[in-house]
Design a protein around this ligand. Structure first.
Ligand SMILES: Cc1cc2nc3c(=O)[nH]c(=O)nc-3n(C[C@H](O)[C@H](O)[C@H](O)COP(=O)(O)OP(=O)(O)OC[C@H]3O[C@@H](n4cnc5c(N)ncnc54)[C@H](O)[C@@H]3O)c2cc1C
Length: 301
């Protein structure tokens, strides 16, 4: 993204919430579980798989964390009842990681056990680098207990990622979305891409299940090259995209015989997720600029 565009995009937190809500509506299923299930039904009808994320990032008490885990039990039950093809994605801070490790572990374990009983799967999203060690530790602890319907996420922008791979048997690989310092993270676009390819090759080589999460055409092509070169069975990998981003490309991948899973967030805590998505949309600078100009000229927004 050009410098001026980046500067404009940094203004996003100052944009009124209703405008953010309007601009980001394509990225979020809606406020309720029914909204998420409606979207998943439509995705499944187009032969796309889903992973449901309950938006709930401002957890401040143990009760909040337990309540969020409770919402995931509801999601798993409804997905099961309705025979939908969707797993769930969870954020450990939502389960209380910053409050108490054991509370978080209990919440995660109960959701993973519920998913196992329903023959479903839980993906642990990766958050900022202050959580990486504890996230990987929790994944490994539950895995060692025999809960293998569980996967984790690694971020190609982190310099450590290649060395985190050994022993992880189900990984979603993404570029990474949080702001990290250059000491621990690659910052240049091409360096992140190159590390993504290195990590994906290593994942496939060690026999892990690979979830290739990107909308970057270069990386989608590299992903296709790598799975083809390894003659991977289609059950051993999948592509993943976010709701509202490049749906046509996802359709093409499905038509070519690949599995594609779409990340479907829903809930009332939509603001932080929306800002992150809008900051990544290359067209956002233009939208914000025209919205600002519109307001300066007195048009209502
Ligand atoms: C399924 C999934 C799960 C993820 N989970 C995590 C996670 O757990 N932790 C984490 O840190 N990050 C996560 N991410 C986010 C990821 O790290 C990136 O921030 C995000 O995917 C953008 O990177 P990209 O590979 O698509 O490349 P980019 O270079 O950002 O985008 C490539 C192209 O995709 C299109 N595009 C990308 N984003 C948008 C958008 N918002 N609106 C419109 N067009 C867009 C544009 O055409 C852009 O040029 C996840 C991403 C996906 C797809």
């Amino acid at each position: 993204m050009a410098l001026l565009d980046r500067a404009i995009v940094r203004l996003l937190p100052g944009v009124p919430k209703p405008v953010i809500q309007r601009l980001s509506s394509r990225y979020i299923a809606g406020p309720s579980l029914d909204d998420a299930l409606r979207v998943v039904r439509k995705l499944n009808a187009k032969r796309k798989l889903a992973t449901i994320d309950v938006l709930g990032e401002d957890v401040t008490t143990p009760d909040d964390a337990r309540a969020l885990a409770g919402q995931y039990h509801d999601v798993l039950a409804r997905v099961d009842e309705e025979g939908l093809d969707s797993n769930v994605s969870v954020k450990l801070t939502g389960f209380g990681l910053e409050l108490d490790y054991d509370l978080c572990r209990d919440n995660l374990e109960s959701v993973v056990a519920d998913a196992a009983a329903r023959d479903n799967f839980v993906r642990i999203d990766m958050e900022d680098s202050s959580t990486t060690d504890r996230t990987l530790q929790l994944y490994r602890e539950l895995h060692a207990e025999g809960l293998d319907n569980l996967g984790v996420v690694l971020q190609a922008y982190l310099r450590r990622t290649l060395s985190d791979l050994p022993g992880l048997d189900n990984v979603r690989l993404c570029k990474g979305i949080y702001v990290e310092s250059p000491e621990i993270a690659f910052r240049e676009y091409e360096a992140v891409r190159a590390n993504y390819v290195r990590c994906l090759e290593a994942l496939v080589e060690q026999g892990s299940y690979a979830a290739i999460a990107t909308h970057d055409e270069h990386l989608i092509r590299e992903g296709l090259r790598i799975v083809r070169a390894a003659a991977l069975d289609r059950e051993r990998y999948e592509f993943q995209m976010l709701l509202g981003v490049r749906p046509d490309r996802a359709d093409e991948l499905v038509a070519d015989g690949h599995r594609v899973r779409v990340y479907v967030p829903y809930g009332s805590h939509w603001y932080e997720y929306s800002v992150r998505r809008l900051q990544e949309n290359p067209k956002m600078a233009g939208y914000i600029a025209s919205d600002l100009v519109g307001r300066v000229l007195g048009r209502s927004s």
